[in-house]
Design a protein around this ligand. Structure first.
Ligand code: SDX
Length: 454
């Protein structure tokens, strides 16, 4: 396949556009110099057909339902690897040798504590603060506590920041939970592995010894591996954009947390369980399907659909299996929410509206049920996702900084606003000359005093 040539309908002004070859998936037309030879840009809101970068980290085949981390299939990594080893793979490109893994694990385990003053940050939040709001604030503030690793031009400082963030996110996440339930913060333990340590910081209390349950640790490992990376999703693209201005990595990860929090991105796992709980029973599912198809009804099936997967999300397959095993191993019996989820999936995948639009369960459809079974409160689900995705964000941040092609992100636009016009003095303005204010005449702002809470 040769390069592409762009010309207008008369054939004039032809611009040659080189074709960039992929190792897997779609090749790309290199349009970075399009404006040098023409007067048109490309228009692609949401970047459905745009490659913002070249990357060697994760490959997703949406049609075949394939997910590879550095070429390794997600289900094989869940079965054979650990989250820390997968973090190494995503960050550095290869499965570690025994000595490399041992050093990475040692470095991570020995950087899990936080500067003690950071604990006072938590006490500035209301007790009912959403854990994502707390994580966002604390992670964003880390650059003020670790100024020795914010020079992004220094490869060693980049590595130190990466280790600090991978190591400290479990501690920060667990502290966000402990604060909201009024329990004392639990310090990390260096004798525990990454997942057991996180569960220990989440669920142990000073009043009794805590012995991590290996079944929970195994499910936690799978959950963190599955959610670690997913190529150029909204939050990863956010981290790349913020990092392109050479902002420090703590600020970049805080930006990723902000984007992931959105209910149609990482917030969907929380929304899935809330949706199932609100529906209440299998009997309510047919009406839920009807509402999800009704364009006049804002209700959507949370956990369904995906920008890239037009077949079953392989992560949903893994999550569904892990959840079934968890129910058996914990002898939880038939969780009504699981029965509802399986029935909802069945009804949707028999309905032409979903089948024709290729709307399948995504990673969030079952991951929330696993977190609920592990004892996490629903408002912690997205925080767990952020804990896992921090590794993917950092892998992309590192790749972006090291990519000679990458420049500060500065997209163009299709301008559809007013052409040049003259200023109209205040006393001359009226609704007739089109300068009527566009601010909606909404309700008066609530008085700050009316905001109460613990
Ligand atoms: C994640 O990008 C990633 O990789 C994300 C992620 C990751 O690992 O980082 O995989 C994690 O964010 C998973 C997605 C979690 N979100 C949800 O489960 C929320 C529910 N899903 C939708 O909001 C939606 O499917 C998106 C946001 C996931 C995808 O949106 P798109 O690609 O913009 O698709 P769309 O909104 O244009 O929908 C296409 C059609 C529309 O109908 P028509 O206009 O063609 O008639 O499908 C419909 C939509 O109305 N549709 C749904 C639906 N999702 C899409 N209808 C009912 N229920 C749904 N869930």
């Amino acid at each position: 396949m040769s390069d592409y040539t762009l010309s207008d309908e008369t054939g004039a002004g032809a611009t040659r556009l080189p074709l960039m070859k992929a190792t897997l998936g779609h090749d790309a037309i290199d349009v970075r110099h399009l404006l040098d030879g023409s007067h048109v840009t490309t228009y692609d809101p949401g970047f459905s057909s745009t490659a913002s970068c070249s990357s060697a980290i994760t490959y997703v085949d949406g049609e075949k339902g394939v997910l590879l981390y550095r070429g390794y299939a997600i289900d094989e990594l869940v079965e054979k690897s650990s989250f820390v080893e997968v973090a190494y793979l995503l960050l550095f490109g290869e499965l570690p040798l025994p000595k490399e893994l041992a050093k990475f694990e040692y470095d991570i385990i020995h950087h899990t504590m936080l500067h003690e003053q950071i604990t006072s940050f938590y006490h500035g939040f209301r007790r009912d603060a959403h854990p994502m709001a707390v994580m966002l604030g604390v992670v964003g503030a880390l650059s003020a506590f670790y100024p020795d690793s914010i020079n992004v031009y220094d490869p060693m400082q980049r590595l130190v920041s990466i280790d600090r963030l991978v190591a400290k996110l479990p501690t920060i996440t667990a502290m966000a939970y402990k604060y909201t339930v009024g329990q004392p913060f639990v310090y990390p333990r260096n004798d525990l592995d990454y997942c057991s340590n996180f569960l220990h910081m989440m669920f142990s209390v000073p009043a009794e010894a805590y012995v991590p349950n290996p079944i929970f640790t195994k499910a936690m490992n799978a959950l963190l591996i599955v959610q670690a990376d997913h190529e150029q999703n909204a939050s990863t693209s956010t981290v790349r954009t913020v990092g392109s201005s050479r902002a420090n990595p703590f600020a970049c990860v805080a930006a990723g947390i902000s984007s992931l929090w959105g209910p149609i991105h990482g917030g969907a796992n929380e929304a899935v369980v809330a949706m199932l709980q609100e529906l209440g029973s299998v009997a309510a599912l047919p009406d839920a399907i009807r509402r999800a198809k009704d364009k006049n009804d804002p209700f959507r099936l949370m956990g369904f659909g995906h920008r890239v997967y037009k077949s079953y999300d392989p992560r949903a397959t893994v999550m569904k299996r892990i959840y079934g095993e968890l129910l058996d191993e914990l002898d939880l019996g038939d969780d009504p929410l699981f029965e509802m989820a399986k029935e909802l999936e069945k009804l949707a995948l028999e309905d032409d509206y979903f089948v024709s639009r290729k709307l399948y369960p995504n990673v969030d459809f079952y991951s929330g049920l696993i977190m609920k079974a592990l004892g996490f409160p629903i408002n912690m689900f997205t925080s767990i996702f952020a804990l896992s995705r921090t590794t993917g964000w950092l892998a992309h941040w590192k790749e972006m900084i090291e990519d000679p092609d990458q420049r500060i992100t500065r997209p163009r636009q299709l301008y559809v606003g007013p052409t040049l016009r003259s200023y109209v003095n205040l006393d001359a303005r009226s609704t007739t000359n089109g300068t009527a204010s566009k601010m909606p005449s909404g309700p008066a702002m609530p008085s700050e005093a009316s905001i109460v809470g613990g």
